[in-house]
Design a protein around this ligand. Structure first.
Ligand code: ATP
Length: 375
Protein backbone atom coordinates (compact mmCIF):
# COMPACT_ATOMS: atom_id res chain seq x y z
CA UNK A 1 0.00 0.00 0.00
CA UNK A 2 1.38 3.39 -0.80
CA UNK A 3 2.63 5.64 1.94
CA UNK A 4 2.62 3.10 4.72
CA UNK A 5 5.22 1.71 7.05
CA UNK A 6 8.00 -0.45 5.74
CA UNK A 7 7.20 -4.12 6.00
CA UNK A 8 9.72 -6.41 7.52
CA UNK A 9 11.61 -8.79 5.26
CA UNK A 10 11.53 -11.46 7.90
CA UNK A 11 9.44 -14.52 7.23
CA UNK A 12 6.69 -15.02 9.79
CA UNK A 13 4.99 -18.07 8.27
CA UNK A 14 6.55 -20.62 5.95
CA UNK A 15 4.68 -23.43 4.23
CA UNK A 16 7.31 -25.85 3.05
CA UNK A 17 6.08 -28.42 0.51
CA UNK A 18 2.80 -28.87 2.37
CA UNK A 19 0.21 -31.41 1.27
CA UNK A 20 -3.18 -32.19 2.79
CA UNK A 21 -5.51 -34.85 1.39
CA UNK A 22 -9.08 -35.78 2.25
CA UNK A 23 -9.70 -39.22 0.78
CA UNK A 24 -9.27 -38.80 -2.98
CA UNK A 25 -9.22 -34.99 -2.77
CA UNK A 26 -5.87 -33.24 -2.54
CA UNK A 27 -6.99 -30.03 -0.84
CA UNK A 28 -3.45 -28.60 -0.63
CA UNK A 29 -0.89 -29.90 -3.08
CA UNK A 30 2.87 -29.58 -2.35
CA UNK A 31 2.50 -25.91 -1.58
CA UNK A 32 5.35 -23.52 -0.75
CA UNK A 33 4.60 -20.05 0.59
CA UNK A 34 6.33 -17.42 2.71
CA UNK A 35 4.31 -14.78 4.52
CA UNK A 36 6.32 -11.87 5.90
CA UNK A 37 6.19 -10.41 9.36
CA UNK A 38 3.68 -7.55 9.61
CA UNK A 39 2.18 -8.30 6.23
CA UNK A 40 -1.50 -8.23 5.32
CA UNK A 41 -1.68 -11.35 3.19
CA UNK A 42 -4.77 -12.56 1.32
CA UNK A 43 -5.41 -16.10 0.12
CA UNK A 44 -7.74 -15.73 -2.81
CA UNK A 45 -9.30 -18.44 -4.90
CA UNK A 46 -12.49 -20.11 -6.06
CA UNK A 47 -14.55 -22.32 -3.80
CA UNK A 48 -12.81 -25.59 -2.98
CA UNK A 49 -9.30 -24.46 -3.97
CA UNK A 50 -7.94 -25.29 -0.51
CA UNK A 51 -7.56 -21.87 1.07
CA UNK A 52 -9.50 -22.68 4.25
CA UNK A 53 -7.57 -25.91 4.66
CA UNK A 54 -4.32 -23.95 4.45
CA UNK A 55 -5.53 -21.54 7.12
CA UNK A 56 -6.76 -24.34 9.37
CA UNK A 57 -3.38 -26.07 9.18
CA UNK A 58 -1.70 -22.87 10.30
CA UNK A 59 -4.16 -22.59 13.19
CA UNK A 60 -3.54 -26.22 14.10
CA UNK A 61 -7.09 -27.48 13.48
CA UNK A 62 -5.83 -29.62 10.63
CA UNK A 63 -2.56 -31.51 10.14
CA UNK A 64 -0.53 -31.63 6.94
CA UNK A 65 -0.03 -35.11 5.46
CA UNK A 66 3.39 -34.01 4.27
CA UNK A 67 5.61 -30.96 4.50
CA UNK A 68 6.31 -28.51 7.30
CA UNK A 69 4.81 -25.29 8.60
CA UNK A 70 7.23 -22.91 10.29
CA UNK A 71 6.21 -19.99 12.47
CA UNK A 72 8.93 -17.44 13.11
CA UNK A 73 11.38 -20.11 12.00
CA UNK A 74 10.07 -22.92 14.21
CA UNK A 75 8.32 -26.09 13.09
CA UNK A 76 4.92 -25.98 14.78
CA UNK A 77 3.81 -29.54 14.00
CA UNK A 78 3.91 -30.56 17.64
CA UNK A 79 2.34 -27.37 19.02
CA UNK A 80 -1.39 -27.70 19.79
CA UNK A 81 -3.72 -24.98 18.47
CA UNK A 82 -4.20 -23.19 21.80
CA UNK A 83 -0.46 -22.84 22.31
CA UNK A 84 0.24 -21.39 18.89
CA UNK A 85 0.73 -17.61 18.76
CA UNK A 86 -1.97 -17.63 16.10
CA UNK A 87 -5.60 -16.69 16.52
CA UNK A 88 -8.53 -17.13 14.21
CA UNK A 89 -11.22 -14.50 13.92
CA UNK A 90 -14.54 -16.22 13.48
CA UNK A 91 -17.71 -14.77 12.04
CA UNK A 92 -19.57 -12.47 14.41
CA UNK A 93 -22.35 -15.03 14.86
CA UNK A 94 -19.80 -17.17 16.70
CA UNK A 95 -19.80 -14.70 19.64
CA UNK A 96 -21.10 -16.12 22.92
CA UNK A 97 -24.62 -14.65 23.08
CA UNK A 98 -24.94 -14.95 26.86
CA UNK A 99 -21.68 -13.11 27.56
CA UNK A 100 -21.19 -9.36 27.44
CA UNK A 101 -18.81 -7.74 24.99
CA UNK A 102 -16.17 -7.61 27.75
CA UNK A 103 -16.88 -11.24 28.63
CA UNK A 104 -16.41 -12.28 25.04
CA UNK A 105 -13.11 -10.43 24.79
CA UNK A 106 -11.92 -11.88 28.10
CA UNK A 107 -12.86 -15.47 27.32
CA UNK A 108 -9.51 -16.70 25.98
CA UNK A 109 -7.57 -14.65 28.51
CA UNK A 110 -9.41 -16.32 31.38
CA UNK A 111 -8.69 -19.73 29.89
CA UNK A 112 -5.04 -18.75 29.89
CA UNK A 113 -5.42 -17.73 33.55
CA UNK A 114 -4.10 -14.24 33.07
CA UNK A 115 -4.21 -12.10 36.24
CA UNK A 116 -7.46 -10.17 36.71
CA UNK A 117 -5.82 -6.76 36.39
CA UNK A 118 -4.12 -7.80 33.17
CA UNK A 119 -7.43 -9.04 31.77
CA UNK A 120 -9.15 -5.75 32.64
CA UNK A 121 -6.34 -3.82 30.96
CA UNK A 122 -6.58 -5.95 27.81
CA UNK A 123 -10.36 -5.50 27.65
CA UNK A 124 -9.95 -1.74 27.83
CA UNK A 125 -7.18 -1.83 25.23
CA UNK A 126 -9.28 -3.93 22.85
CA UNK A 127 -12.43 -1.84 23.27
CA UNK A 128 -10.38 1.23 22.44
CA UNK A 129 -8.76 -0.50 19.50
CA UNK A 130 -12.05 -1.41 17.86
CA UNK A 131 -13.76 1.82 18.98
CA UNK A 132 -16.32 0.23 21.26
CA UNK A 133 -15.45 2.12 24.45
CA UNK A 134 -18.41 2.23 26.77
CA UNK A 135 -20.11 -0.78 25.17
CA UNK A 136 -18.28 -3.47 27.17
CA UNK A 137 -21.39 -4.26 29.20
CA UNK A 138 -23.69 -4.92 26.24
CA UNK A 139 -24.70 -8.33 24.96
CA UNK A 140 -24.07 -9.17 21.30
CA UNK A 141 -27.77 -8.86 20.39
CA UNK A 142 -27.67 -5.22 21.57
CA UNK A 143 -25.10 -4.33 18.90
CA UNK A 144 -25.24 -3.62 15.19
CA UNK A 145 -23.77 -6.08 12.71
CA UNK A 146 -20.67 -3.96 12.26
CA UNK A 147 -20.17 -3.62 16.00
CA UNK A 148 -20.53 -7.36 16.49
CA UNK A 149 -17.89 -7.87 13.82
CA UNK A 150 -15.55 -5.59 15.76
CA UNK A 151 -16.13 -7.56 18.95
CA UNK A 152 -15.21 -10.74 17.09
CA UNK A 153 -12.05 -9.00 15.98
CA UNK A 154 -11.26 -7.75 19.48
CA UNK A 155 -11.76 -11.25 20.87
CA UNK A 156 -9.31 -12.67 18.36
CA UNK A 157 -6.71 -9.96 19.02
CA UNK A 158 -6.96 -9.95 22.81
CA UNK A 159 -4.24 -12.56 23.23
CA UNK A 160 -1.83 -10.47 21.15
CA UNK A 161 -1.26 -13.17 18.54
CA UNK A 162 1.71 -12.97 16.19
CA UNK A 163 -0.59 -13.94 13.36
CA UNK A 164 -4.29 -13.24 13.00
CA UNK A 165 -6.23 -15.51 10.69
CA UNK A 166 -9.46 -14.28 9.14
CA UNK A 167 -11.67 -16.68 7.19
CA UNK A 168 -14.09 -14.71 5.00
CA UNK A 169 -14.35 -12.15 7.81
CA UNK A 170 -16.75 -9.81 6.06
CA UNK A 171 -18.96 -12.29 4.24
CA UNK A 172 -21.91 -11.71 6.57
CA UNK A 173 -21.95 -7.93 6.11
CA UNK A 174 -23.84 -5.96 3.49
CA UNK A 175 -21.87 -4.25 0.73
CA UNK A 176 -21.55 -0.81 2.30
CA UNK A 177 -20.61 -2.08 5.73
CA UNK A 178 -18.22 -4.54 4.15
CA UNK A 179 -16.38 -1.73 2.39
CA UNK A 180 -16.19 0.37 5.54
CA UNK A 181 -14.94 -2.59 7.54
CA UNK A 182 -12.27 -3.33 4.94
CA UNK A 183 -10.74 0.08 5.59
CA UNK A 184 -11.07 -0.36 9.35
CA UNK A 185 -9.28 -3.68 9.18
CA UNK A 186 -6.50 -2.14 7.12
CA UNK A 187 -6.06 0.75 9.53
CA UNK A 188 -6.06 -1.60 12.48
CA UNK A 189 -3.53 -3.94 10.92
CA UNK A 190 -1.36 -0.95 10.15
CA UNK A 191 -1.43 0.20 13.74
CA UNK A 192 -0.80 -3.21 15.29
CA UNK A 193 1.73 -4.39 12.69
CA UNK A 194 0.45 -7.89 13.38
CA UNK A 195 0.65 -10.34 10.49
CA UNK A 196 -2.85 -10.80 9.05
CA UNK A 197 -3.78 -13.71 6.81
CA UNK A 198 -7.23 -13.40 5.31
CA UNK A 199 -9.06 -15.99 3.24
CA UNK A 200 -11.50 -14.65 0.69
CA UNK A 201 -13.04 -15.56 -2.62
CA UNK A 202 -13.81 -11.87 -3.24
CA UNK A 203 -11.11 -10.45 -5.49
CA UNK A 204 -12.03 -6.84 -4.83
CA UNK A 205 -11.71 -7.43 -1.12
CA UNK A 206 -8.29 -9.02 -1.54
CA UNK A 207 -7.13 -6.25 -3.88
CA UNK A 208 -8.31 -3.55 -1.49
CA UNK A 209 -6.88 -4.89 1.73
CA UNK A 210 -3.83 -6.99 1.05
CA UNK A 211 -0.17 -6.09 0.71
CA UNK A 212 0.24 -9.34 -1.21
CA UNK A 213 -2.15 -11.90 -2.57
CA UNK A 214 -1.69 -15.62 -3.05
CA UNK A 215 -4.04 -16.74 -5.80
CA UNK A 216 -4.94 -20.40 -5.26
CA UNK A 217 -6.35 -22.97 -7.64
CA UNK A 218 -6.64 -26.73 -7.15
CA UNK A 219 -4.57 -26.75 -3.98
CA UNK A 220 -1.69 -24.84 -5.52
CA UNK A 221 -0.61 -21.23 -5.73
CA UNK A 222 -1.20 -19.96 -9.23
CA UNK A 223 0.59 -16.69 -8.42
CA UNK A 224 1.82 -14.68 -5.45
CA UNK A 225 2.30 -10.94 -5.71
CA UNK A 226 1.10 -7.47 -4.87
CA UNK A 227 -2.41 -6.61 -6.09
CA UNK A 228 -0.97 -4.56 -8.95
CA UNK A 229 1.51 -7.28 -9.97
CA UNK A 230 -1.29 -9.80 -10.15
CA UNK A 231 -3.56 -7.46 -12.08
CA UNK A 232 -0.94 -5.99 -14.41
CA UNK A 233 1.33 -9.01 -14.85
CA UNK A 234 -0.79 -12.15 -14.52
CA UNK A 235 1.30 -15.25 -15.10
CA UNK A 236 -1.35 -17.38 -16.72
CA UNK A 237 -4.64 -17.17 -18.55
CA UNK A 238 -6.32 -18.55 -15.50
CA UNK A 239 -5.02 -15.80 -13.19
CA UNK A 240 -5.76 -13.09 -15.77
CA UNK A 241 -9.34 -14.31 -16.09
CA UNK A 242 -9.89 -14.82 -12.38
CA UNK A 243 -8.81 -11.30 -11.41
CA UNK A 244 -10.87 -8.63 -13.14
CA UNK A 245 -12.12 -8.44 -16.68
CA UNK A 246 -9.81 -9.23 -19.57
CA UNK A 247 -9.68 -9.71 -23.34
CA UNK A 248 -7.72 -12.62 -24.75
CA UNK A 249 -6.24 -12.44 -28.22
CA UNK A 250 -4.79 -15.70 -29.49
CA UNK A 251 -2.18 -15.99 -32.16
CA UNK A 252 1.20 -17.25 -33.28
CA UNK A 253 4.45 -15.41 -32.70
CA UNK A 254 5.66 -13.98 -36.01
CA UNK A 255 8.57 -11.96 -34.70
CA UNK A 256 10.38 -11.80 -31.39
CA UNK A 257 13.14 -9.57 -30.08
CA UNK A 258 14.33 -8.15 -26.79
CA UNK A 259 11.58 -5.54 -26.89
CA UNK A 260 8.71 -7.98 -27.18
CA UNK A 261 6.81 -10.02 -29.74
CA UNK A 262 4.57 -9.53 -32.73
CA UNK A 263 1.83 -12.07 -33.18
CA UNK A 264 -0.58 -12.84 -35.99
CA UNK A 265 -4.09 -13.95 -35.16
CA UNK A 266 -6.13 -16.40 -37.27
CA UNK A 267 -7.68 -13.44 -39.13
CA UNK A 268 -4.23 -12.21 -40.19
CA UNK A 269 -4.27 -9.21 -37.86
CA UNK A 270 -0.98 -8.27 -36.28
CA UNK A 271 -0.49 -7.36 -32.64
CA UNK A 272 2.61 -6.12 -30.93
CA UNK A 273 3.23 -6.77 -27.24
CA UNK A 274 6.09 -5.11 -25.41
CA UNK A 275 7.89 -6.57 -22.46
CA UNK A 276 9.91 -9.64 -21.66
CA UNK A 277 8.60 -13.08 -22.60
CA UNK A 278 10.04 -16.50 -23.17
CA UNK A 279 7.88 -17.01 -26.28
CA UNK A 280 9.71 -17.57 -29.56
CA UNK A 281 8.78 -17.53 -33.24
CA UNK A 282 6.09 -20.06 -34.08
CA UNK A 283 4.82 -20.39 -30.50
CA UNK A 284 1.11 -20.15 -29.87
CA UNK A 285 0.47 -17.48 -27.26
CA UNK A 286 -2.35 -15.46 -25.79
CA UNK A 287 -2.26 -11.73 -25.28
CA UNK A 288 -4.19 -10.46 -22.27
CA UNK A 289 -5.45 -6.90 -22.53
CA UNK A 290 -7.58 -5.29 -19.84
CA UNK A 291 -10.74 -3.52 -21.11
CA UNK A 292 -9.58 -0.15 -19.77
CA UNK A 293 -6.41 -0.37 -21.87
CA UNK A 294 -8.36 -0.42 -25.11
CA UNK A 295 -8.85 2.97 -26.70
CA UNK A 296 -12.19 3.42 -28.44
CA UNK A 297 -12.38 5.74 -31.42
CA UNK A 298 -15.17 6.44 -33.83
CA UNK A 299 -14.77 6.33 -37.56
CA UNK A 300 -14.46 3.59 -40.09
CA UNK A 301 -11.46 5.00 -41.87
CA UNK A 302 -9.33 1.91 -41.36
CA UNK A 303 -11.89 -0.47 -42.77
CA UNK A 304 -13.04 1.84 -45.53
CA UNK A 305 -9.63 2.19 -47.09
CA UNK A 306 -7.74 -0.59 -48.76
CA UNK A 307 -4.71 -0.02 -46.54
CA UNK A 308 -3.97 -2.68 -43.96
CA UNK A 309 -4.83 -1.64 -40.41
CA UNK A 310 -1.88 -0.64 -38.26
CA UNK A 311 -0.75 -3.12 -35.60
CA UNK A 312 -2.87 -3.36 -32.45
CA UNK A 313 -5.88 -1.87 -34.15
CA UNK A 314 -9.14 -3.60 -34.95
CA UNK A 315 -12.49 -2.38 -36.12
CA UNK A 316 -15.82 -3.70 -35.05
CA UNK A 317 -19.40 -2.92 -34.34
CA UNK A 318 -20.65 -1.79 -30.94
CA UNK A 319 -22.98 -4.58 -29.84
CA UNK A 320 -23.72 -3.41 -26.36
CA UNK A 321 -23.06 -0.48 -24.07
CA UNK A 322 -23.40 -0.95 -20.32
CA UNK A 323 -23.54 2.24 -18.28
CA UNK A 324 -21.91 1.54 -14.92
CA UNK A 325 -21.92 5.00 -13.36
CA UNK A 326 -18.22 5.76 -13.18
CA UNK A 327 -17.63 4.05 -16.49
CA UNK A 328 -19.24 2.53 -19.53
CA UNK A 329 -18.43 -0.88 -20.90
CA UNK A 330 -18.56 -1.33 -24.67
CA UNK A 331 -18.84 -4.79 -26.18
CA UNK A 332 -17.47 -4.64 -29.68
CA UNK A 333 -17.92 -7.47 -32.18
CA UNK A 334 -15.23 -7.87 -34.81
CA UNK A 335 -16.13 -9.17 -38.27
CA UNK A 336 -14.85 -12.66 -37.40
CA UNK A 337 -17.24 -12.77 -34.44
CA UNK A 338 -14.64 -12.08 -31.74
CA UNK A 339 -16.05 -10.01 -28.91
CA UNK A 340 -13.79 -7.44 -27.23
CA UNK A 341 -14.66 -5.46 -24.14
CA UNK A 342 -13.50 -1.88 -23.77
CA UNK A 343 -14.24 0.27 -20.75
CA UNK A 344 -14.13 4.03 -20.79
CA UNK A 345 -14.49 6.25 -17.77
CA UNK A 346 -17.54 8.41 -18.15
CA UNK A 347 -15.54 11.52 -17.36
CA UNK A 348 -13.61 10.72 -20.55
CA UNK A 349 -16.59 9.46 -22.43
CA UNK A 350 -18.09 12.92 -22.60
CA UNK A 351 -15.41 13.84 -25.07
CA UNK A 352 -16.16 10.75 -27.08
CA UNK A 353 -19.87 11.27 -27.27
CA UNK A 354 -21.68 9.97 -30.22
CA UNK A 355 -20.67 6.34 -29.91
CA UNK A 356 -23.85 4.33 -30.04
CA UNK A 357 -25.08 0.81 -30.57
CA UNK A 358 -24.30 -0.59 -34.01
CA UNK A 359 -21.68 2.11 -34.68
CA UNK A 360 -18.41 1.02 -36.21
CA UNK A 361 -15.52 1.83 -33.91
CA UNK A 362 -11.81 1.36 -33.89
CA UNK A 363 -10.13 -0.28 -30.91
CA UNK A 364 -6.43 0.01 -30.29
CA UNK A 365 -3.99 -0.54 -27.47
CA UNK A 366 -0.37 0.35 -26.84
CA UNK A 367 2.09 -2.59 -26.99
CA UNK A 368 2.91 -2.27 -23.30
CA UNK A 369 -0.76 -2.82 -22.40
CA UNK A 370 -0.64 -6.43 -23.54
CA UNK A 371 0.71 -9.28 -21.42
CA UNK A 372 2.05 -12.29 -23.32
CA UNK A 373 0.81 -15.53 -21.78
CA UNK A 374 2.22 -18.92 -22.65
CA UNK A 375 0.17 -20.97 -20.18
P1 ATP B 1 -14.56 -22.37 0.14
O1 ATP B 1 -14.25 -21.01 -0.38
O2 ATP B 1 -15.74 -22.99 -0.54
O3 ATP B 1 -14.60 -22.45 1.62
P2 ATP B 1 -11.85 -23.39 0.12
O4 ATP B 1 -10.98 -22.86 -0.94
O5 ATP B 1 -11.70 -22.83 1.47
O6 ATP B 1 -13.36 -23.33 -0.35
P3 ATP B 1 -11.34 -25.92 1.35
O7 ATP B 1 -12.43 -25.77 2.33
O8 ATP B 1 -9.96 -25.77 1.86
O9 ATP B 1 -11.56 -24.95 0.14
O10 ATP B 1 -11.49 -27.34 0.66
C1 ATP B 1 -10.57 -27.83 -0.31
C2 ATP B 1 -11.04 -29.21 -0.78
O11 ATP B 1 -10.94 -30.15 0.28
C3 ATP B 1 -12.49 -29.24 -1.22
O12 ATP B 1 -12.60 -30.12 -2.32
C4 ATP B 1 -13.22 -29.79 -0.03
O13 ATP B 1 -14.39 -30.47 -0.41
C5 ATP B 1 -12.20 -30.72 0.58
N1 ATP B 1 -12.33 -30.80 2.04
C6 ATP B 1 -12.10 -29.81 2.92
N2 ATP B 1 -12.27 -30.23 4.19
C7 ATP B 1 -12.65 -31.52 4.11
C8 ATP B 1 -12.97 -32.54 5.09
N3 ATP B 1 -12.93 -32.28 6.40
N4 ATP B 1 -13.31 -33.75 4.63
C9 ATP B 1 -13.32 -34.02 3.31
N5 ATP B 1 -13.01 -33.13 2.35
C10 ATP B 1 -12.68 -31.90 2.74
Amino acid sequence: RPGTVLRSDRTMVRFDDVTRRFGDTTAVDRLDLDIREGEFFALLGPSGCGKTTLLRMLAGFERPDAGRILLAGEDIAAVPPWRRPVNMMFQSYALFPHLTVAGNIAFGLKQDRLPKAEIAARIAEMLRLVRLEGLGGRKPHQLSGGQRQRVALARALAKHPKVLLLDEPLAALDKKLREETQFELMALQERLATTFVVVTHDQEEAMTMADRIGVMNHGRLAQVGTPSEIYEQPRSRWVAGFIGDVNFIEGTVAAADAGGVTITDPGGRRFRAAGPTTAGIGDRVTLAVRPEKLVVATGTAASATAEPAPDNTVTGKVGDIAYLGDMSLYKVRLDDGTLLKASVTNARRRTEQGIDWDDMVRLSFPPDAAVVLTE
